[in-house]
Write a protein that binds this ligand. Structure first.
Ligand code: NAD
Length: 416
C-alpha cells in the first residue's frame, strides 16, 4: 500500500490513534476530526504587466472552543486546502499543549512569492484581507506569518484590516514589525522555544548540549534562528544545514555568521565558504545526535526513516514525519520532540504579543524569553509525564494532553 502523504489524512490518523488510547467519546471524536469553519475565496490581483491574475485563498478555523482561532498564513505554490486543514488542526493541538487561551486556525494562498514583485505581494496581501477581514479579528481569529510570509506582509494585512474596520486593532494579527506593535523576541521565538524543549530532553538523557552534533533542514526564519541560537546560547555543533536547493556540511561545525553572510549575498546556501555540498536527502541521514527538520511536511518517511541515525529528532517544522516513519522511529527508539510541542514557541510569543497589544504595554526581550522558557518547559514536562504515565511515545502523549484540554472545553460549552 502507498504511504499516506496527505497532511490532513495524517492529522486525522494521529488524532484517531490518540482517541483510541483516551477512549474518547465517539461523538466528540467525530466532532474533533473536522474543521468547524472554512473559507475558500478568490483574490483578483492586478499584476505589474497590467493583467489581472486570480489567486485561490483559504482560511480554516479548525476549533475555537478554548479561544479565538490562531494560526499563520502561507504563500506557497503547492498549497492545498488539505494542507491548510492539517495545519489548522495542529494549531488547535499546539495552543492546547502550550496552554495559551486560543484555538487553532490556518490560512494559505496558492502562489509563488519568489516570482512576484513587492507591489504584487502587497496587492495580494491586501486582497486576502479584503476577503477575510469580516471573519477575523482579536476576538475571532488571529493570523500570523508562516512559510513565505513575513512581518512586512503582516503590516500590509493589518493596515487593510484596520482600514476596513475603521479602528486600530493591533492584536488582530501577530508577527507584526516592532514599529507596528509587534513583540520583542517574536522572530526568534519558534527556534528559541524548540531549543528550550531540546535542553529539557537533554536533561532527561543527562547529555551536555555544548558540542553535541546537529543537522538542520530548512534555513528560513526558523532554521536560521535555530542555527544562530543553538550555536550561541547552547554551544550546539551544527555540522549541516540546507535550504530547498541544497545543503552544506562542515564536520567541525558551521559558523552562523559566515552562513548568514553568504545567504544574504547570494540568496542561497550552496557554495558557502569552508563547506562541502550535500543533498537534503543526505543531510537527513547524517550521523549526528540531533536532527532538526525546519522546512516543510513529509521529509521523514517510510523510505528514509530507517537510515536516520540521529538519536533525537526535534520537529521545528510542522508535519515533517509521516506515520510510517513514526512507526520505524518507535521501533528504533528514536526520541521525537513532536512538532506541535517543539515549535509551540512561535504561537506562545504571538499570544504574548496579543497580551501586550491589549495592555498597550510592552515587554523587554529578556522578559519575553523568560516567560517563553516557562511555558515551553511546562509543556515539555506535561507531555513527558503523560508519555511515562500511559506508556506511549511523545507524539501520542502530546495529543493526549492537547485533546483532553480541547475536548473538556467543548464539553463545558455543551457542544458535544
Ligand atoms: P521560511 O519560508 O522562512 O523557510 C523555509 C525554509 O525551508 C527555507 O530555507 C526553504 O528554502 C526551505 N525549504 C523549502 N522547501 C524545502 C524542501 N523541499 N527541502 C528542504 N528545504 C526546503 O519558513 P519558516 O517560517 O522558517 O517555517 C519553517 C517550518 O516551521 C514550516 O514547517 C512552518 O510551518 C514551521 N513553523 C514556523 C513557525 C514560525 O514562527 N515561522 C512557527 C511554527 C512552525
Amino acid at each position: 500500500m502507498d504511504e499516506i502523504l496527505n497532511p490532513f489524512a495524517i492529522a486525522q490518523a494521529q488524532l484517531d490513534e490518540a482517541a483510541a488510547v483516551l477512549q474518547l467519546d465517539p461523538d466528540m471524536h467525530s466532532f474533533l476530526r473536522r474543521p468547524m469553519r472554512e473559507f475558500h475565496f478568490t483574490i483578483p490581483v492586478r499584476m505589474d504587466d497590467g493583467r489581472v491574475r486570480t489567486f485561490q485563498g483559504f482560511r480554516v478555523q479548525y476549533n475555537d472552543a478554548r479561544g479565538p482561532a490562531k494560526g499563520g498564513i502561507r504563500f506557497h505554490p503547492d498549497e492545498t486546502i488539505d494542507t491548510v486543514r492539517a495545519l489548522a488542526a495542529w494549531m488547535t493541538w499546539k495552543t492546547a499543549v502550550a496552554d495559551v487561551p486560543l484555538g487553532g486556525g490556518k490560512g494559505g494562498v496558492i502562489c509563488n512569492p519568489r516570482e512576484m514583485s513587492q507591489g504584487e505581494l502587497e496587492r495580494l496581501s491586501r486582497g486576502y484581507m479584503r476577503s477575510i477581514s469580516r471573519y477575523i479579528g482579536l476576538t475571532k481569529d488571529v493570523p500570523a506569518p508562516d512559510v513565505h510570509t513575513n512581518p512586512q506582509i503582516m503590516a500590509w494585512m493589518l493596515d487593510e484590516h484596520e482600514m476596513l474596520q475603521g479602528h486600530h486593532e493591533p492584536g488582530a494579527i501577530t508577527g507584526k514589525p516592532l514599529q507596528l506593535r509587534g513583540s520583542a523576541g517574536r522572530s526568534p521565538a519558534t527556534a528559541m522555544g524548540g531549543l528550550f524543549a531540546i535542553r529539557e530532553a537533554a536533561k532527561l538523557f543527562d547529555v551536555e548540549l555544548a558540542g553535541t552534533t546537529c543537522a538542520m533542514q530548512g534555513y528560513g526564519n526558523v532554521g536560521s534562528f535555530a542555527h544562530r541560537l543553538g550555536h550561541d546560547r547552547f554551544g550546539l555543533k551544527v555540522v549541516a544545514v540546507s535550504d530547498e536547493f541544497s545543503g552544506i556540511y562542515n564536520e567541525n561545525g558551521l559558523d552562523p555568521d559566515v552562513v548568514a553572510k553568504h545567504q544574504r549575498r547570494t540568496g542561497r546556501l550552496a557554495d558557502c565558504p569552508d563547506t562541502e555540498a550535500l543533498s537534503n536527502a543526505e543531510l537527513l541521514e547524517l550521523d549526528v545526535s540531533i536532527l532538526i527538520p525546519a522546512a516543510i511536511e513529509n521529509q521523514l518517511t517510510g523510505q528514509n526513516a530507517d537510515n536516520v541515525k540521529a538519536r533525537v529528532v526535534a520537529e521545528l517544522a510542522n508535519g515533517p514525519t509521516t506515520p510510517e516513519a513514526d512507526k520505524i522511529f518507535r521501533e528504533k527508539g528514536t526520541y521525537i520532540i513532536p512538532d506541535f510541542l517543539c515549535n509551540a514557541g512561535g504561537v506562545t510569543v504571538s499570544y504574548f504579543e496579543m497580551v501586550q497589544n491589549a495592555y498597550q504595554f510592552y515587554w523587554e526581550e529578556s522578559l519575553v524569553q523568560e516567560r517563553l522558557d516557562y511555558k515551553m518547559t511546562t509543556a515539555f514536562h506535561a507531555v513527558d509525564k503523560m508519555a511515562k504515565a500511559r506508556g506511549v511515545d511523545n507524539r501520542v502523549a502530546a495529543y493526549l494532553v492537547a485533546v483532553n484540554r480541547v475536548a473538556e472545553a467543548v464539553r463545558l460549552r455543551g457542544w458535544v
